[in-house]
Design a protein around this ligand. Structure first.
Ligand code: P6P
Length: 334
């Protein structure tokens, strides 16, 4: 008998029966996010002909120019989660402040951090972009979530994932029991299981970084990246360079094929304070949960990303993530 395609809902309910920590509230959040993602996917795929193309004219909480689709995606994700009351608070890259729930969300046990549309500078050149999300169980008892509900370590995440808007629309998520991938069947509007148990290779042959920033990196990082380009039959070098400039695209490729993604600290500030670019709460943490669940590793160069205690919902960190042997080799050089 042909294997029935497994829908996201069926996968979530089946895992719940397998005692995964995926209670009905968390299932609702993941289904809400997938509903918003379908509508974002539709607008992304018609951006050139719709009225949502181009810059919105403002900047977001972390100083990036906002595209119209950034705001559309933000409003859709926030609106969907508030409308269903599935969360008691939201942190979004597109809003400097925490977003309060609807009253229906006061009794919810979960908060969501999200980058509603990551890589949006690539929208008008038709490159893969995505939505990244991270879910925590609240610490406060009831009512609107407090800042303390958000300022956690990544190890406390109960779910994390991303949607990619590309040749196909995919969802890759974890609730702490492995990583699964779903592909949107446009004809039925259902996310169907396409990658049952994603494991990343222990070592890859791809490196992803913006080499235009080489002069801003520290010496060990420069030496490590240069070493990837030299022949070394033992490690399968030289590696291949692949860099899209959308975190979800670069991470998704490396997750499936193996390799290392680096957005190292920028050491060019005369005050000497090295600065990361990517955001901890809604980029690095969810990516780090996924890669560890898939057998890989993620670090800021000093500690695992998931061990970093958040002090600001928009704080930035350096991010080196990918195949375990590749990340461990990088760390051994620091
Ligand atoms: P750069 C997109 O703006 C983003 O936040 C990530 O998706 C991506 O990995 C990174 O910035 C690209 O940064 O400096 O190489 O353009």
């Amino acid at each position: 008998m042909l294997q029935e395609p497994i829908s996201l809902r069926a996968h979530l309910v089946r895992n719940r029966r397998a005692n995964e920590p995926c209670d009905p509230e968390l299932i609702d959040i993941l289904l809400d996010l997938s509903a918003a993602a379908k509508m974002i996917s539709r607008e992304v795929n018609r951006a050139g002909v719709g009225e949502l193309c181009g810059a919105a004219g403002g900047t977001n909480a972390t100083g990036d120019d906002q595209q119209k689709l950034d705001l559309y995606a933000h409003d859709l994700v926030v609106g969907t989660l508030r409308q269903t009351g599935s969360v008691c608070g939201i942190a979004s890259e597109e809003d400097a402040d925490l977003i309060a729930p609807s009253e229906a969300g006061y009794a919810s046990n979960y908060v969501v951090c999200t980058d509603p549309l990551d890589g949006s500078s690539n929208i008008d050149v038709n490159v893969t972009i995505g939505t990244i999300f991270s879910v925590y169980r609240r610490k406060s008892l009831s009512g609107p979530a407090t800042l303390d509900d958000f300022l956690r370590t990544g190890r406390e995440q109960v779910a994390a994932g991303y949607f990619t808007y590309s040749a196909s629309t995919m969802l890759v998520y974890t609730t702490g029991n492995g990583v699964a991938g779903f592909t949107l069947d446009q004809s039925t509007g259902q996310f169907l299981l396409s990658h049952a148990e994603i494991r990343t290779p222990a070592r890859g042959r791809i490196y992803s970084c913006n080499e235009g920033n080489t002069s801003k990196w520290d010496e060990p990082t420069r030496k490590y990246v240069e070493s990837l380009k030299r022949r070394n039959p033992e490690t399968g070098r030289p590696y291949t360079a692949r860099y899209v400039g959308s975190l979800v695209a670069d991470f998704h490729r490396n997750l499936l094929r193996g390799g290392i993604f680096l957005y190292p600290a920028d050491h060019s500030d005369p005050s000497g304070k090295p600065q990361g670019k990517l955001r901890l709460m809604y980029e690095a943490n969810p990516i780090a949960m996924l890669i560890e669940q898939a057998g890989g590793a993620a670090t800021d160069g000093e500690q695992p990303i998931l061990d970093i205690q958040a002090t600001d919902i928009h704080q930035r960190v350096p991010l080196i993530v990918g195949s375990r042997d590749d990340v461990e080799e990088y760390l051994s050089l620091l």
